[in-house]
Design a binder for this molecule. Structure first.
Ligand code: GLN
Length: 252
């Protein structure tokens, strides 16, 4: 018996479609940058650790993680990142979580150096109390069209929202997530849950980058025990390049 010729489709050589993976930087001076990198990678992006100015080259977007804003500001100056970061936040999409919001805000209290001022909000640092007062809460996330579980660890409070700033998440009546154009600030830690919706929204809707559509049982990062979450968020960086000096005075 003569084998049947393959149908037209199968006979054609498969077309090569190259979709460039978005390159998303994660400021990796201190804090929980590793968890953000895992969330971004789970969504198909290439996560790039940003420690030195050259690391910012060719990035489509940047994430500024939670951690200790005073330490991050000092390390930013020490590593020559202030001026390149000021330029980056003026032009590219940036997501700041917790300490990241503090660095992006126009006003914040008790800091050793000025913030980057890219987000027209005022924040009060540690305004929910000490580490022991950290909590989890159900938020109303208009950006996602529904509820989201927010993990708050010595979180900042947004005390002023400028006219061009949209509130994208609330805890009760209080704004805990804001967006001003390409800049997003969240007072909580979406990277400490396995729920990738905020990262997906940032990459897709805010930054306009290609992210695969959600699939049931698809992109996930492992859940971590609540007891470890705050430790991860506050852990100082150990750098692959060795360029990061020890945080001055340790954790605040
Ligand atoms: N309390 C920290 C600060 O002021 C922020 C805490 C966090 O990022 N989890 O920098």
């Amino acid at each position: 018996m003569t084998p049947r010729p393959p149908p037209d489709d199968a006979a054609r050589a498969p077309e090569r479609v190259t979709v460039r993976r978005p390159r998303v930087g994660v400021l990796s001076l201190q804090g929980d940058f590793g968890r953000h990198a895992a969330s971004l990678e789970a969504l198909g992006a290439t996560a790039v650790r940003v420690v030195l100015p050259a690391d910012l080259e060719g990035l489509d977007a940047l994430v500024m993680p939670g951690g200790e804003s005073t330490t991050m500001l000092r390390l930013m100056e020490a590593n020559g990142l202030r001026t390149p970061l000021e330029a980056f936040v003026r032009e590219r999409p940036v997501l700041g979580t917790c300490a990241g919001v503090i660095l992006l805000a126009r006003e914040a209290d008790r800091l050793p150096a000025p913030t980057l001022g890219a987000l027209d909000v005022g924040v009060g640092r540690n305004a929910y109390g000490r580490q022991i007062d950290s909590f989890e809460a159900e938020l109303e996330a208009s950006a996602l069209g529904g509820p989201f579980t927010g993990v708050f660890i010595r979180a900042p409070r947004i005390v002023r929202v400028g006219p061009g700033v949209e509130v994208v998440a609330r805890h009760g009546a209080e704004p805990v997530g804001v967006r001003q154009g390409r800049i997003v600030g969240l007072c909580f830690h979406p990277e400490l849950t396995s729920d990738l919706r905020f990262h997906r929204w940032f990459l897709g809707a805010v930054a306009g980058l290609a992210v695969p559509a959600p699939r049931p049982g698809g992109a996930r990062v492992p859940e971590i025990a609540a007891a470890h979450a705050s430790t991860i968020a506050m852990t100082p960086a150990t750098s692959a390049t060795g360029a990061i000096p020890a945080p001055p005075g340790g954790r605040a």
